[in-house]
Design a protein around this ligand. Sequence first.
Ligand SMILES: [Zn+2]
Length: 527
Amino acid sequence: MFWADKIAKEIIQSGKYQPYRVDDMFTPSGFAHVGSLRGPLVHDLITKAIRDAGEKPLYTFVINDFDPIDGLPQELQEKFEQYLGFPLCNAPSPNGKLESFAEFFANDFKKVLTDLGMEAKFLSSWDMYHEGKFNEVIKEALDGTDKIKAIYKRVSGSKKGDENWYPFQVICPNCGKLGTTRVVGWDGKTVEYVCEPEMVTWAKGCGNTGRISPFDGNGKLLWKVDWPAHWKVLGITIEGAGKDHSTAGGSRDIAREICKEVTNYPEPYNLPYEFFLYGGKKMSSSKGLGLKARDLISVLPPNVGRFLFSKTDYREAIEFDPSGTLAISSLFDEYDRSWNAYVEGSDETLSRTFEFSQTGVLPPKEKTFISRFRDVVNYIQLPNIVLVDKFNELKGELLTSFEKEILEERERYARVWLKNYAPEEVSFQMAQTLPDVAKHLTDLQKNYLVRVAELIREENTADELQIKLYNLSKELELGAKEAFSAIYIAFTGRESGPKAAWFLLQYPKDVVVKRLMEAAESKEEVL
Ligand SMILES: [Zn+2]
């Protein structure tokens, strides 16, 4: 059974999570990396699985735009330093065109999510606090501060319990910072606060002190308390987070205890999803490691991008490193297998994976000629090929208009891949016509190319061919370097390149033989 169907079934059969209110959140403090897509999409897939089971789930996605800016993306470090400590909503937009810092990064992420077919109602934390929706839980949390301190101490061993501390921060009325204030008193109506110069290392408070109402957006709950508080405000019954939040003594354990002892609200169903690894490492926005979420939709069609997340159970890590690897073309192959399973009804799990990867309506369940991404990559690099003719020929009859659309889409993404991500042995393109420099090949090199053409006509694996190319250079008493450069010059005009046998075997034999002979017969013009 497809993993999201399994989870949906478990949730429904437990009878504990009605109504089905799914939620996830994002803090818009910079461009999200591609790994940040996992949470929103896991929740989206579960929502759809619950819907497919005949229920009526609702999925909300909270933008944490009320959080303080506690760090800056590299490119903004100088220009935005003065805004450290401000709520994300109260700093200007980096491009000067939008309302705020928060909106700039939130919009970018929302666009990627929407392109990937996520259907959620987006909510702003800032708005909800300002509309007074958090007032009741703020009062509960402030009244329950002693309990919260005890929970922190018991669950995570935090020293917070010993300090004069409340789980709340106000926006300093004097300097506008949120990240630098500490609440030190609560009388049931107002909180007493200090804007501390030294509380955090990344921002400096102004020293202002005073009393202010904690309600209606004057401040917000600290994140670890805000999380369970917003479950109650929104009536959430299903919400997970990255597995690092679910370690023993982590924020999930704290949230669960706050639910029990302070807000008196049942803990939602947890989905502690695994990491998204990039070249074997956990992605990190702050370290600049990995691919940005927005880049994913430029390198993959939305359905294939979504497939990257749907194909893996949320409890397993996803590894994806598209730079200089075959990861993208392999992903297309995997996607095509799931498409075939969907059409043939051959493998239920694969077929459901395909259905869950669709951002629009499901394609017809009929035999479809899907142009293989690898073939498209190869053929667009070949000289004198009209792509659609080539694929009509491969299919054995004319492509339908739907099949042509698939081909056109793949051609677009194949070009992006070749330009930005493909490994050298694939992106090393065969020149459309014989490069001019081929005329300067020596007679011995030309002779070598004629003999290479004979080897191409034989059936050889890449390994066998590579050895034969090398032995042939020895037989002709031509240095290996000169021999192989003759091949590269004939095909690309360059003197070196990737492993010759693999390079040659990716093209049709007749095309390769023709080019070798052209190079062998080329002559220097004598003036
Ligand atoms: Zn201040």
